[in-house]
Design a protein around this ligand. Sequence first.
Ligand SMILES: Nc1ncnc2c1ncn2[C@@H]1O[C@H](COP(=O)(O)OP(=O)(O)OP(=O)(O)O)[C@@H](O)[C@H]1O
Ligand SMILES: NC(=O)CC[C@H](N)C(=O)O
Length: 655
Amino acid sequence: MAEPSNEGSSMVDKVKEKVEDALPTRSKKQEKKDKKAAEKAVKKEQYAKEGSAAPKKAPKAVSIEPTVVRDPDAMFKEGWLDEVRKERPAKDVYTRFPPEPNGYLHIGHSKAIAVNFGFARYHGGKCYLRFDDTNPEAEEEKFFSAIEDIIAWLGFKPYKITYSSDNFDRLYDLAEKLILRDGAYICECNDEQIKDQRGGTDEKNKHPRYACKHRDRPVDESLAEFRAMRDGKYKPKEAFLRMKQDDFKTGNPQMWDLAAYRIIDEPAHHRTGKKWRIYPTYDFTHCLCDSFEGITHSLCTVEFINSRESYEWLCDAVEVYKPMQREYGRLNLTGTIMSKRKIARLVKEGKVFDWDDPRLYTLVALRRRGVPPGAILSFVNELGVTTARSNIQTVRFESSVRKYLEMTVPRLMVVIDPIKVIIDNLPEDYVEEVENTFGPKNVEMGSHMLPFTRTVYIERDDFRETASKDFFRLAPGASVGLLKVTYPITCTSFKKDDATGLVTEIRATLDTPAEGETFKKPKSYIHWVAESPKHNSPVKVDARVFNPLFKSENPETVEPDFMADIREDSLVTYSNALAEVGLTEIQRRAPWPEEAGEANDGAEGAHGEVKKPGPESVRFQAMRVGYFCMDKETTADKIILNRIVGLKEDSGKAA
Ligand SMILES: Nc1ncnc2c1ncn2[C@@H]1O[C@H](COP(=O)(O)OP(=O)(O)OP(=O)(O)O)[C@@H](O)[C@H]1O
Ligand SMILES: NC(=O)CC[C@H](N)C(=O)O
């Protein structure tokens, strides 16, 4: 059997000979082909000499194909957001994204970010990032910077970063103004009394709503008591400022004399320290801060629909500019949990690494898992914006991410659970250089060379100890193609470890056709990596594969609680995984894809600092396995990969 070999005359010589033989009859097309072959041979020769320092094509990382992502402005051009714009066609659009700095943002917030920042950007307006920091009990410094970072990562830059607390003096003055206009009073009722005033249908409070006895307090008394409340006369819950709304007449609970100010003694506020011991409520603060900032369209989620009435009532009552509040449907993902309290429990009980564990749906987790920011925005855009709540399965999100990655990240081979294959009919020092394209669907991504040698590794799943008609991969006596290698291999024998029962080594032959014999194409091709110390191949990696964290679609409804719904196999780590040498180039050329929010071309972060793409921007498709990125725990000695999504939808939830 003739063995393919690099021995004897060099490949460059061989190609030159071929070119010269063909000279008299060469067509233009052939000429081009031959020139390419000669160039390739030079490249191969250089590669063989220099080991891993292979010549690299380094075209720019490609941008998103229009076929992959629908018009990124579609959600603003049509539907609900278009209607909102028509309702108030202000010349200068001002919006705001107003998170409470009491936790990490989740996938639902990406909709609010896309809606508010995106609406302003689309209309040439401005969007504030306003920290709604009126509850010092729940706020922490780390959440402020995490929120700013994630907004910058999504590709948005706030017009200004503001804090509701910036307005505490102004809000206090308006509270006094409201009292003076007989629009608020100091109430000393406790929680139970307030509940009773609301009436209802329960046995306990089966009676009509009624007003509290403090409602008719003289204005002067309320003003004096408000000041006393500010100055420390009352303990928390002993008194609060209550708005005098509509005398409990309407059926809207947001109009039943809401609280405007309450006492919070501890802890100190992160910005105003111990200056205040009374803090304005959301209902008093939000509309007035919107007003101070000249917000034209205050876009929030549907659970605030009843608040619209109190929002407008207060702006009118203190005679300030009145923005327009409109409400869109929340984005909710099923099969996971988003509640801060519940995620905190998962972290505390060690069920996940931290808030950025790739199995969670916080934005820091999705970022670490390798989901590109553009894929998140594209998902939100695909769903569109209406007033209906979107309950979306995580598989739908993953399918959107997969679609986005398909055209935008390069490909290479990684064997996550390897078995060694020795190809007996190749010489010990055999090295053939094989070309692998980074982007079979996008030639601009270029290609790279990798070695094919006598010892290769294939995926454990691609081998069976007994051949059968329905198995087209490797088995004793059966042959299979190795991707990018001309001839297939046939398994001749294998060894097993008696203790573990696992196959440890496969022996095979390369089926090079004898002269005159025709080459039979194998039924299937599998991925592989070769052993070649000279080329630093293979590259050892840890590959983490994530399954859903929960067994059911509704972990919140599981008894006794969501903790009982956790899957044991939500994280599977393959510690002996092997990647081919192309990984080095993919790492060097990151970010993949090169897009808004991750560019390292001097783009600015939230504070004007130059943004650097993180390790998660090293993204690629491991052929036949899934999409992966590099984890932040990667060190110079150990590369850790996270699976972003599989190549196709997982068969389902664990039993
Ligand atoms: N699931 C969601 N879908 C769309 N927008 C959301 C969602 N959750 C929050 N938002 C919006 O994000 C903005 C800032 O959110 P904030 O942190 O104050 O919300 P939240 O309701 O406390 O969130 P959560 O309790 O879910 O963490 C608000 O305008 C809010 O309406
Ligand atoms: N109007 C809104 O967007 C609400 C924001 C507010 N921080 C909240 O969710 O409680």
